[in-house]
Design a protein around this ligand. Structure first.
Ligand SMILES: Cc1cc2nc3c(=O)[nH]c(=O)nc-3n(C[C@H](O)[C@H](O)[C@H](O)COP(=O)(O)O)c2cc1C
Length: 104
């Protein structure tokens, strides 16, 4: 759907970004996977399923057990299914404590 010049400009920008700093691909993978993970859990909830994100796992063992190709970085595991028992009560900080406007 992109005009040709927009497409080539975007490709150039992406290629430049991915080669600009050695950590960028790794950081971007985590950033993007985290957005997907949250979206995945919201979609699960919308479909009456429950989920639990887990950062406490052995990435090396996971990679080996699941034959993860080297181009992928394990970011988190997400258990998904029907909750066996209702989740314990939880709370969130008020929005005013989690958003910083125009700098600290
Ligand atoms: C970044 C992150 C890492 C987590 N890692 C684990 C984990 O390793 N094992 C686990 O059982 N739950 C893990 N959780 C899930 C939390 O323990 C908790 O179940 C979840 O955040 C929902 O509870 P809450 O509404 O109180 O936040 C993780 C959650 C987050 C956001």
């Amino acid at each position: 759907m992109l005009p040709e010049n927009t497409k080539s400009s975007l490709i150039s920008q992406i290629e430049a970004a991915y080669t600009s700093a050695p950590n960028y691909p790794h950081e971007e993978a985590i950033r993007n996977a985290s957005l997907v993970a949250m979206q995945f859990m919201l979609a699960a909830k919308a479909n009456r399923l429950d989920s639990c994100p887990m950062g406490g796992f052995d990435a090396d063992q996971f990679t080996e057990a699941f034959n993860v190709p080297p181009r992928y970085i394990p970011v988190m595991l997400i258990a998904i299914g029907k909750a066996a028992v209702p989740a314990r009560p939880s709370a969130r900080l008020p929005i005013a404590k989690t958003i910083v406007w125009n700098g600290f």
